[in-house]
Write a protein that binds this ligand. Structure first.
Ligand SMILES: NC(=O)c1ccc[n+]([C@@H]2O[C@H](COP(=O)([O-])OP(=O)(O)OC[C@H]3O[C@@H](n4cnc5c(N)ncnc54)[C@H](O)[C@@H]3O)[C@@H](O)[C@H]2O)c1
Length: 409
């Protein structure tokens, strides 16, 4: 049996502690959506704006929420112009709509796209000039409009994070707004709302949540507190993702994935994410590749490099994913984890190369240049990547896995 010395135990402990921020009110449970009228009554408001997207409207969920809002005696107006992942232009439209309606509460229902628009609108619609907040010159430091979020994917974790992500059309890149005022007043997480989520979105947003967990776990800002959340998220991910994708009606796996989204989101909000996200953003900005798909595809290729500097964490991750006990040979754990991440793409029927996504090989240097400038994320990663090493990763991801099971490592 292996004995741990005190020195070993303390090796990874941070010497400073910063604030741990978390949502105040979170309700996760089957049928929890039905608590919405009661919550609105507590707010004593006359009008509410529901923000959602076309897909959610098509499956009838916007109408369902509208009826619940009206049952509380509150007049509801809907903004459902979101199609695809949101841009700053779309956000400005939502803010304009909100200002016209003059409501004091926003209810966001949908995946990360709708939730990001909802929470950013709630935080910005009471401001006279929004440009400095969008450019990042100023940080949002107040919010007077109440915000309730109901996620329908599991997930971006948007329901518990301080971020909202938008496409910047001019610069062809995705950028985040970050402020604690982007945390909602209440998240109502009803796993029943995720049952209609199509397999591809379930897979992509599920692996997105896993990316939050693994990237925040190895982040240079990770603490024992954030690692606790990330560890549980990874364990729940490995036991639920396949069932959720291949049998969306399996409610146990939907409940499991709802927790993955929350736990990984809290870890990401406090420890940050890293290189996978930095490399994914230019793909979203220029090629409009869905965020979860980009993350899922880049994960094995980024970790093949980044994982070399955190072999002990890779052994722990291998254990959480039930890939075996690598405590005495942590260097082998990286290979096992990278293969698991790659195999996930085929198991979950996700694209396996950048070429398959229609990315042009000639564009890879420009993408690498853009990704290398996202210091906010790259500094969180233990392995310091530069433009050259990022381009190497993009080139490998462009080709994807070699046929015949050749190894990546
Ligand atoms: N704020 C954050 O912390 C954070 C973190 C990660 C990602 N994001 C952002 O979130 C966005 C991606 O969100 P997403 O992956 O949840 O996907 P999404 O919100 O873009 O939704 C994808 C598609 O699935 C449909 N859909 C979602 N739930 C459904 C359901 N239950 N039934 C039927 N259809 C459903 C939507 O209508 C949409 O057409 C990106 O813009 C990304 O940048 C935000």
């Amino acid at each position: 049996m292996m004995t741990l010395t005190v020195k070993n135990i303390n090796r990874a402990l941070p010497t400073t502690y910063s604030n741990f921020l978390s949502i105040e009110n979170l309700r996760l449970g089957l049928d929890s959506v039905y608590s919405l009228p009661e919550e609105l009554k507590k707010l004593r408001v006359k009008k509410a704006v529901i923000i959602s997207d076309k897909g959610i409207e098509r499956v009838g969920m916007v109408q369902h929420v509208l009826e619940l809002v009206e049952s509380a005696g509150v007049q509801a107006t809907t903004f459902t112009e979101i199609e695809g992942e949101p841009t700053f232009t779309l956000l400005k439209r939502a803010i304009g709509f909100m200002k016209e309606v003059e409501s004091k509460v926003i209810i966001g229902i949908g995946g990360g796209s709708a939730l990001d628009v909802a929470k950013a609108t709630a935080a910005l619609a009471d401001k006279e000039y929004i440009a400095p907040y969008l450019s990042g010159e100023e940080t949002i430091s107040s919010r007077s409009i109440k915000c309730i979020l109901l996620p329908t994917t599991s997930g971006t974790g948007s329901e518990v994070t301080m971020n909202a992500i938008f496409g910047d059309e001019e610069q062809e890149i995705k950028r985040g707004i970050v402020s604690k005022y982007l945390l909602p007043d209440l998240a109502i997480i009803d796993p029943y709302l995720t049952r209609s989520c199509p397999p591809r979105v379930t897979a992509a947003s599920g692996v997105d949540a896993f990316t939050h967990a693994i990237e925040s776990y190895v982040s240079v800002n990770a603490t024992p507190l954030t690692k606790m959340y990330a560890e549980k998220a990874m364990k729940l991910f490995s036991s639920n993702i396949t069932k959720a994708v291949h049998n969306g009606q399996n409610i146990e796996s939907r409940i499991g994935m709802s927790w993955v989204s929350v736990l990984a989101g809290v870890s990401l909000a406090n420890a940050g994410v890293g290189a996978v996200h930095a490399l994914a953003y230019p793909l979203g900005g220029k090629y409009h590749i869905e965020h979860g798909i980009a993350n899922a595809l880049l994960l094995p290729f980024v970790f093949e490099k980044v994982g070399r500097t955190c072999t002990e964490e890779m052994a722990e991750v291998a254990m959480y994913l039930e890939l075996g006990d690598y405590t005495t040979r942590p260097h082998d754990a990286l290979k096992a984890v990278v293969h698991y991440l790659y195999d996930l793409l085929t198991t979950l029927e996700l694209p396996t190369s950048l070429a398959e996504l229609g990315i042009k090989e000639d564009d890879l240097p420009v993408l690498a240049e853009q990704a290398s400038q996202i210091d906010r994320l790259l500094v969180n990663t233990p392995y310091q990547l530069n433009e050259k090493s990022i381009l190497e990763i993009y080139r490998k991801a462009f080709q994807g896995v070699l046929k015949g099971g050749e190894t990546l490592c």
